[in-house]
Design a protein around this ligand. Structure first.
Ligand code: ATP
Length: 236
């Protein structure tokens, strides 16, 4: 098992956002978190990344307890997080945005070229726009840049928060195909997705969150056949 979350409780002041959730992610899986607004999906990702601290419970990554580690140490260990809303640097070029994420490992005589080539192969649009400033990219290109930048930190576990938000359906399919390719190249993926159909199409396993609790978990194949899921989440 790559990542194990046990009885995680996270509060914002006196608001309980996560009420003792547990989940496991195996190497090479795509795992999706689905559930309504406010269910606790983003809070889960931010806590894994070290941006929030749990009140209790634990997060174990490759056998090490990481829930007290500083953010930089978590990134350096191979966990990379693409936050909701594509927070790229608008005043930096595409290439500069990508270079920023290599600071945890580059600069000791190691070339960033192989990583850069990998990202440009996954997202050919970024190669064409390498000198263009972040703000001038389309929404879809900004999302590609946000994912590409996360790839530059040499992640082992890539966490994606609602990459489909606000993008045209065909572009969303393209981006998810690329996510699948990234997974097939050996990366483990944990993603949040509002569109449950999309999550079930691409993920191997799914956790359904409701009011800060895991209410159901199963393989995507089983959930897609479950009539209760059909009614509640798939709009059929
Ligand atoms: P969304 O899809 O809307 O982002 P989510 O499932 O990711 O939903 P979270 O953002 O994790 O949900 O929020 C979980 C709970 O914590 C919600 O009740 C939310 O209102 C609350 N919450 C989130 N961020 C904060 C904050 N900074 N301060 C106080 N409460 C917060």
């Amino acid at each position: 098992m790559m990542l194990s979350i046990e009885n995680l409780v996270v509060n914002y002041g006196n608001i309980i956002a996560l009420k003792s959730i547990s989940m496991q992610i195996n190497e090479a899986e795509i795992v999706a978190l689905i559930g309504a607004n406010g269910a606790g999906k983003t809070t889960t990702l931010r806590t894994i990344s070290g941006l929030l601290r749990p009140a209790s419970g634990s997060i174990t990554y490759n056998g090490e307890k990481i829930d007290t580690w500083p953010v930089e140490k978590i990134v350096a260990a191979g966990l990379s997080h693409v936050p909701e809303g594509r927070r790229i640097f608008p005043g930096l070029t595409v290439l500069e945005n990508l270079k920023v994420a290599t600071s945890t490992w580059a600069g000791r005589g190691q070339s960033i070229q192989p990583e850069l080539e990998k990202v440009y192969r996954l997202f050919p649009k970024l190669r064409e726009r390498t000198s263009q400033l972040g703000w001038s990219l389309s929404g879809g290109e900004q999302q590609m840049l946000a994912i590409g930048r996360a790839m530059m930190s040499r992640p082992k576990l890539l966490m994606l928060d609602e990459v489909s938000l606000g993008l045209a359906p065909n572009l969303v399919q393209d981006i998810f195909q690329t996510i699948k390719e990234i997974n097939q190249s050996g990366l483990t993926i944990l993603l949040i997705e509002q569109n449950a159909n999309l999550a079930l199409e691409y993920a191997h396993r799914v956790y359904i969150l409701e009011n800060g609790e895991v209410v159901m978990t199963d393989t995507a194949i089983n959930l897609a056949k479950n009539p209760q899921i059909q009614d509640s989440y798939l709009g059929s």
